[in-house]
Design a protein around this ligand. Sequence first.
Ligand SMILES: Nc1ncnc2c1ncn2[C@@H]1O[C@H](COP(=O)(O)OP(=O)(O)O)[C@@H](O)[C@H]1O
Ligand SMILES: [Mg+2]
Length: 404
Amino acid sequence: MKAPPETLWQAVWRGWNSLAADLYKTMLGLMLFTSFTGFIVLSYAWSVFMDEVQRQTKELLTAQFQLPPSQLDPLFAQARWRSETTLNVDEVRSLFMFSLVLLFAVLALLAWWSARRFARPLTHLSAAASRLTTGDFTARAVLSRRLNRRSDETARLLRDFNVMAASLERLERERRYSVAAIAHELRTPVTVLRGRLEGVRDGVLPATSQELEKLIGHADLLSRLIEDLQLLSLSDAGELRLDLAPVEVQDVLIRLHADHGLKARAQQVDLLLKLPSPPVKVMGDRRRLQQVVQNLLTNALRHTPPHGTVWIALEAEAGAVHIDIRNTGTGFTAEALNRAFERFYSGPDRERGRSGSGLGLAISKSLIKAHGGEMRLFNTETGAGVQITLTALTGDEPLNRATD
Ligand SMILES: Nc1ncnc2c1ncn2[C@@H]1O[C@H](COP(=O)(O)OP(=O)(O)O)[C@@H](O)[C@H]1O
Ligand SMILES: [Mg+2]
């Protein structure tokens, strides 16, 4: 529902009550108060000074020329009168009024300028925030050039707001997208499964064990997808349970290297493994870690052209363990570098038919995060790379801590 348009009176009332107006009123009030107080104090001091000069002059005249003070008073009155005529009091008065008006105008302008300067970022912020509340997640607070250079509270507030709005936008996009994507991902295998089952029922497809094997394959695909989705939602809820135990990383990598050998040979791709000789251990869930490296290897093999190379490398340094999976090829696209960890992100691969569900990297990252580790994507001169970093287990820790 759209709000009725604002009347002029409402706009004026809103402006009068705005932050900028409040600041303006306060500043102008303070400036006027200060200048008027200054003016009064100065004129008082001036008149006290002049009175004293007059008194001292009288005393001196009386002392030097023995003139009685009663004769001096008319003299002074005459002097005052003469000064007033030579000075042209009217002119002085209008000059004084003019300076006063000028001072007032300058003060008002100064107050207006500083009030705007202070209030403007907050006005922008408030406008952006109110757009956000109506569900417009593209709303951002505008940072002027001056604010951009600064790091005071206002600049930080605006920047933090923008970061928050950006993550809300991303979450909202993911949420909207993932519901549609889940439906889509589930529909495809279900449609195929149903079609084939109907074929078998109608006698169009033979009910051979080969055919049934294919059906089971589709059912497996479905349950894998469901398992992936469950894993992600558990990880969102912080409920992902890991079966922690000391794991020797070399062991995991050797096993996976062997598992993928056949596939790599079939693709005419070299699958190389580089391991340090002293055993490297981490506290982790062996099955989950295998799943992660398996995902990365599947991606790497999928993106390596024939006669290319996939490297698996392990390095341990200063308490950290790095697992590097690199492959020759075109590398990550600029968009994939930013978004590949998003759920269901498959980039241009989907159209080329060489992608999975787009959950692989999202799941891998969740699993590594649950292990307290980190994962990053990068491009090398020859292709793509993914690095996993985990905390190393030092040799002197008891090996069976997880099962104690
Ligand atoms: N080794 C790689 N080289 C180039 N692009 C990659 C590589 N691995 C992943 N990507 C990009 O990241 C996207 C997301 O990967 P992933 O989450 O595993 O989903 P999926 O493999 O199901 O598409 C891929 O679709 C692809 O665009
Ligand atoms: Mg994948």
